[in-house]
Design a protein around this ligand. Sequence first.
Ligand code: SAM
Ligand code: SF4
Length: 439
Amino acid sequence: MSEPKKLFIKTYGCQMNVYDSERMAEALGGQGYVETQSPDDADMILLNTCHIREKAAEKVYSELGRFKGLKADKPDLKIGVAGCVAQAEGEEIMRRQPLVDLVVGPQSYHRLPEMEAKTRAGEKALDTDFPEEDKFEKLKSRPKATRGPTAFLTVQEGCDKFCAFCVVPYTRGAEVSRPADRILTEARDLVERGVREITLLGQNVNAYHGAGPNGDTSLAGLIWELNKIDGLERIRFTTSHPNDMTDDLIEAHGTCDKLMPYLHLPVQAGSDKILKRMNRSHTADSYLRLVERIRAARPDILMSGDFIVGFPEETEEDFQATLDLVEEVRYGYAYSFKYSTRPGTPAAERPQVPEDKATDRLHRLQALITRHQREVQDDMVGREVRVLFEKAGRLEGQMVGKSEYLHAVHVGGANVTSGDLRRVRITASGANSLAGELV
Ligand code: SAM
Ligand code: SF4
């Protein structure tokens, strides 16, 4: 039997890329590849890239440059670029970095096996189409090996919202939902393999409207179906847009026992002027009223969000409105970014906020968010939570898992294994995690 070929995948960016990398590894598994954790012994290196952050493409080019030595030592090594930078840059990647053999966009990676064969024949392979066929349909069967207790499952891709700062509608394309029965089959397969918590993914996951037995299914409808799967204990979803937070989804947060009390609901800014210029089509007040309704349905829900500071023409007064909104919501987690231009997006052409001002605002916002995050975490001390244990901790005999609220919880000296779901009393709150003991 010939030695298996080795595949090294480096994943950048969001959870959707984590899911895509898993599926790419499975697709190439059919070509005799097994995954390796080191690029040094790989026969193929794939960079699964993200285009959201500043100078994303430049960072990919410099990472590729580092593989020059490896390729010189091992001429058979194949190097590929996948994900949103692949989609945005296309052929330009091979022109600027000739050591790249393969470029594949996020909608066409089901074609990886043929593309890999092409590279083995000494040709370059490029595919950044938005093909008619559904990649998930082509990649229907997934391996049966057991796996860890948590998994991502992409249910929706692309976005039609066109926020003025964002490249997603251009790199991931128009909004598409997967049919409900395919998702349920995949979820049941995951549960058979040991998964107990599934996070449904989509750039705009709550806009989900996949075909179901009685017409289109909403995200809430899908969650209720998943709720019936024996052995599945927890359901989460991310990322949601405020305008797609429908009544049935809010209600599910109060009534669906497997749906976890955590919601990532980005608002981006607190000033209506800026929200309008961002093309967000909601106001600060409509967002706050929405949070109120969600909290009325599920009072202990932990809110999380995304913010952009230094958006073109943001004044100190606009920024203050963002701080005010944060004060009012008191997020348990929040991610904040300095605006950075994305060529081709509407905001790229507008007057930019000076760098030092934007940096100062980012620091001030992050200080406030960190304070709230810490307070919300500290409030857990003395409470009982349910922890889904995932892996061993750094200390001898310690296990780590996540609470309902997505806090990491360490428990020492307990007789638990990965996949166990146990009640834990929180005894201490650290910098980024909690400690507790089994009840
Ligand atoms: N779909 C989600 C939503 O509606 O907010 C978020 C998608 S995006 C992948 C994740 C986050 O990156 C955004 O919420 C935003 O805060 C940030 N982001 C996107 N484009 C950005 C840009 N040009 N500059 C800075 N941050 C950006
Ligand atoms: Fe980007 Fe999210 Fe806006 Fe869509 S809704 S354009 S993914 S920020």
